[in-house]
Design a protein around this ligand. Structure first.
Ligand SMILES: Cc1ncc(COP(=O)(O)O)c(C=O)c1O
Length: 476
């Protein structure tokens, strides 16, 4: 039973967990006590791997339910650490948790209708319900735990907004770290910027975009020995695996047919693939769902490369094609541009891990334009708890895949909503009330959003009781 395993802390982690290159041709391993963001030999991304024979993994996922009864233990309360046997790299007394992962899987029939699947078959996974309002907290609890394990005192990240909010809240609530966040200037939604400022992070606004900020933070962290919390940090992705555990839990441990997720730096899709590969290997699921990664059309590196036929290819992706793509991107000065600012990324750092996930999950990649993204977001708002623009891409992508006949009406589909509705109020108000703000209207028009198909505009009424009643009586 899991309760017994849970009460027996795992003591020797070097024995159980290690880091290794994702390149299957290289088998050198590194201790989890090392702080690495790439393989020192190959420069490739790193995975956290486990000797599962030494881990007390339960024989059924259902056994994790025993932890619902012991929620006073912060590790059992956490939606990440109550699955700790599936990410066993940290001693329990080192875990940094602020109650992340109390998220909901909602069956959303109005959204099902919009997407075109049978009623009862469309689910929304609300990661915006995390403490900082986005899925990032699943990863940040794991990264800050590792930072604590290695004795880091200062941490940093580059961000389109949510990573900085998440890192900043972990630092402010625990007092364990000082934090520096790098954001592109004018590239971050105010809801997110306000969080980094309020939580006390040193916030550097770099002249440039996310990719510029990321390049700088990587160099700064190396030079100043600062702990890097972007998703090149393999521990972050260990935490993000738990989103899939909770999806399965929400479905009474049944595997859905599709997971649909927006793609930015591709950390989530990579983590989801790793979660399913491991669960299958451990015999905890009998099949792997299909994965759909949805790019914004204005930030579509993965989509373009996938269309060109770039695949994981068992660990031998066509690196020349990828290099050529990036070289031409730079030569032509092509820069990502989308209203879904969270996924406005040119060079997704987890590209290869995502390709691996797509291979394991028989995946597909699609792009949707900003109008489709905002329509998807409006439909979620009208039929559920709402989400930020990037998350709308998953609903828009599911709809597109249904229209293309890739998703069947009888398929069970889970769309991941990565960020909270309040993160980017300008985009929401601009969509519903385009006449209210000329600058916003221009931004929407530039993004190709000329008419908001699902808008719910405010109604201006005089300060007059009768006229107010007239307006209310017009409701049908
Ligand atoms: C709201 C939101 N959705 C999606 C993404 C993209 O996630 P990933 O980088 O894991 O692809 C981000 C990343 O910042 C985000 O903040």
């Amino acid at each position: 039973m899991i309760a017994q395993h849970g009460s027996r802390p795992i003591s020797s982690f070097d024995d159980i967990a290690y880091q290794t290159s994702i390149n299957p041709a290289h088998s050198t391993t590194y201790s989890v006590g090392e702080t690495l963001t790439e393989c020192p030999e190959t420069g490739d991304l790193l995975d956290i791997c486990y000797d599962w024979n030494k881990v007390p993994v339960p024989s059924s996922l259902r056994e994790f339910e025993a932890r619902w009864g012991t929620r006073r233990n912060p590790l059992d309360f956490s939606g990440v650490w109550r699955f700790r046997e599936l990410l066993p790299f940290a001693p329990e007394d080192q875990v940094v948790t602020i109650g992340e992962g109390q998220t909901i899987l909602q069956q959303a029939n109005d959204v099902a209708k919009y997407v075109g699947v049978d009623s009862g078959n469309l689910y929304l996974q609300y990661e915006g319900l995390n403490p900082s309002g986005s899925f990032k907290d699943n990863g940040m609890t794991a990264a800050t735990t590792h930072a604590r394990m290695v004795g880091a005192k200062v941490a940093a990240c580059a961000s389109t907004g949510n990573t900085s909010a998440s890192l900043a809240i972990y630092a402010s609530t625990t007092g364990l770290l000082r934090v520096v966040v790098f954001v592109g200037s004018g590239k971050i939604a105010y809801g997110k910027l306000s969080q980094a400022l309020d939580y006390g992070a040193l916030t550097l606004q770099i002249e440039g975009d996310f990719d510029d900020a990321l390049k700088q933070v990587v160099d700064v962290c190396r030079e100043a020995n600062i702990y890097l919390c972007n998703s090149v940090n393999p521990f972050r992705l260990e935490g993000q695996k738990s989103i899939m555990y909770r999806v399965l839990e929400g479905l009474n441990w049944e595997v859905p047919d599709w997971i649909v997720v927006p793609g930015g730096n591709l950390g989530n899709s990579s983590a989801f693939g790793k979660a399913f590969i491991e669960l299958k290997e451990l015999g905890l699921i009998d099949r792997i769902p299909r994965l759909a990664v949805i790019n914004a059309a204005g930030a579509n590196t993965l989509y373009q490369l996938y269309e060109q036929g770039v695949r994981w290819n068992g660990g031998s992706p066509d690196r020349d094609k990828i290099d050529t793509f990036y070289r031409e991107m730079d030569e032509q000065n092509r820069r990502a541009n989308t209203l879904a600012s969270a996924i406005e990324i040119n060079r997704p750092v987890n590209l290869l891990k995502c390709l691996r996930a797509l291979e394991a999950c028989d995946g597909v990649v699609r792009e949707v334009n900003d109008a489709e993204v905002l329509d998807g977001k409006a439909i979620v708002g009208a039929g559920g708890f709402g989400c930020e623009p990037a998350s709308g891409a998953s609903v828009a992508g599911a709809r597109l895949l249904r229209q293309q006949g890739v998703i069947a009406p009888s398929d069970r589909v889970v769309c991941i909503l990565t960020g909270h509705q309040l993160k980017d109020p300008s985009a929401t108000v601009g969509y519903h009330s385009p006449e209210s703000d000329a600058a916003l209207r221009e931004k929407l028009a530039k993004a190709g959003v000329h008419d908001s198909a699902h808008k719910n505009s405010p109604v201006a009424v005089p300060n007059d009781f009768k006229r107010i009643m007239d307006a209310i009586n017009r409701i049908d």
